[in-house]
Write a protein that binds this ligand. Structure first.
Ligand code: AMP
Ligand code: ZN
Length: 473
């Protein structure tokens, strides 16, 4: 039974899909104006983890992830300024390129990096710029339903018209008026906390479209309502994103979608990944800590080390990225790799009690993931399992482990060599197991002789408290 923490109800709930056996997920994708950084990857890894786990549980998952290539303004934050510059347009002007060139370049980078991190691609990646007519239609409906108003070529959402506003984030109109600070005021808004659905384009604005309100461009929030309604329908199971999206982006999305459909709740489960820190501080361009995959690789780590490091922190805890933590992930990854490569079938018949013990470990692994995707717990169970099987090498069947690893890794998504009888010759694995036994019996003379024999066959022997592993010289 899978439980997930739902930001909407602020509690862990048993996950039940709307349609038995099927799960629909919408995840906010990248704003394609810059290279994705490791903080972004933390959120995308959470999306991937949940998708893979649901698939492991047997659900047929439909996963939509948008590409934001218009409308995300530099001031689309808590201040709801609606006065900043479009991030893509700003980059295009700076680099003397078209917004399209900028967007496609970073979209390609994003998709290539997904592959490197072994993140399953969404079933569809709709682009905002290809859905302008859908957005205009929604805005027209919102005006008709009394949720939006036109003002000087702009259209704003009137948040006082929507009784559920604030349910997701706690930012009701009243609490905003009392507690929040407005950094910029928009002259055309009735209420400064209203948010833009459509903005009038200045003449020199590169991206602009015709609309019933004149030439303009959409606000950031409306794109996700348009694309999620289009591809997943009026109500769906799961919506994901980083925690900074809770407000204003997702609060606005609920107001828009429900304002059109009158269906409450629009989304059953809202899942948000906590923002990652780097070396104890917010990621920052000026400090040079918005690390990318390329920085990780330059420092001698692989994308699989990064994947394991990102999985090692729970998605709702504040992960602190450090190079030491990545180093630990590298060691853990090597431990898993050695385990996969070195555990071989030395006894034809696995002992039944060990098989049952292994099943108990596996159950603990799934229990951890079923408990709101508790990856740190699941990984610690995996490391315990590795210790157990390393110390019981002679009575664990490689086929049992091979099948087990296939199941666990369908969710972890680590690219590792698979178990293979050929990897280490049987003669070597038998000698290794005999040597483990000799060491356990403190027969060091025998263990030294066996080491020499293994080495003469071209293998290096490495001892650890969890048993012996061998590697090709
Ligand atoms: P953006 O491309 O800026 O729209 O961000 C893409 C996704 O990454 C969003 O879901 C953000 O919430 C998420 N994100 C941005 N910074 C971080 C961070 N430091 N840690 C985790 N997720 C982040
Ligand atoms: Zn979104």
């Amino acid at each position: 039974m899978l439980t997930l923490y739902n930001t909407l109800t602020k509690q862990k709930e048993i996950f039940e899909p709307i349609h038995p056996g099927k799960v629909s997920i919408y995840a906010c994708g990248p704003t394609v104006y810059d290279y994705a950084h490791i903080g972004n990857w933390k959120t995308y890894i959470t999306n991937d983890l949940l998708r893979r786990h649901l698939e492991y549980l047997g659900y047929e998952v439909r996963h939509i992830e948008n590409i934001t290539d218009v409308g995300h303004l530099t001031r689309d934050d808590i201040s709801q300024g609606d006065t900043g510059e479009d991030k893509i347009e700003m980059k295009a002007k700076k680099e003397h390129k078209t917004p399209q060139e900028i967007a496609r370049f970073y979209e390609t980078y994003f998709k290539d990096a997904l592959t490197k991190l072994n993140i399953l691609p969404a079933h569809y990646f709709p682009c905002a710029t290809e859905h302008i007519p859908h957005m205009i239609k929604l805005i027209e409906s919102l005006i008709t339903n009394g949720h939006a108003y036109e003002s000087n070529g702009n259209v704003f959402y009137d948040i006082s018209s929507f009784p559920h506003y604030g349910e997701l984030s706690g930012n009701t109109l009243e609490s905003l008026r009392i507690g929040a600070r407005l950094e910029a005021e928009h002259p055309d808004k009735k209420n400064q906390w209203d948010f833009a659905l459509w903005l009038k384009a200045p003449k020199d604005h590169l991206m602009q479209w015709d609309s019933p309100w004149g030439k303009g461009y959409p606000g950031w929030h409306i794109e996700c309502s348009a694309m999620s309604l289009e591809y997943l329908g009026n109500t769906f199971d799961i919506h994901m994103g980083g925690e900074d999206h809770i407000f204003p982006h997702h609060e606005a999305e609920i107001a828009q979608s429900e304002g059109v459909t009158n269906i409450h709740p629009f989304v059953h489960f809202w899942i948000h990944t906590r923002h990652m820190m780097v070396e104890g501080k917010k990621m920052s361009k000026s400090r040079g800590t918005t690390y990318r995959i390329e920085d990780v690789e330059t420092n001698g780590y692989t994308t699989m080390h990064l994947r394991l490091a990102l999985l090692s922190a729970h998605y709702r805890s504040q992960m602190n990225f450090t190079w030491d933590a990545l180093d630990q992930a590298k060691k853990n990854f090597e431990r898993i790799t050695n385990w996969v490569n070195n555990t071989s079938d030395v006894h034809e018949n696995a002992r039944k009690e060990n098989r049952e013990e292994i099943q108990r470990y596996e159950q603990k692994f799934w229990d951890a993931l079923n408990d709101d995707l508790n990856t740190p717990k699941a990984l610690s169970v995996l490391y315990e399992l590795i210790t157990f099987t390393n110390t019981h090498k002679r009575s664990v069947s490689v086929d049992t482990l091979n099948i087990l690893w296939g199941r666990l890794n369908s969710v972890l998504g680590l690219i590792l060599p698979s178990f293979s009888h050929e990897t280490i010759p049987k003669e070597v694995t038998i000698l290794t197991a005999e040597r483990d036994e000799a060491r356990m019996n403190k027969d060091f003379q025998k263990s030294d002789a066996l080491r020499a024999k293994i080495e003469s066959l071209g293998y290096i022997v490495e001892d650890s408290p969890n048993g012996t592993t061998v590697k090709k010289q």
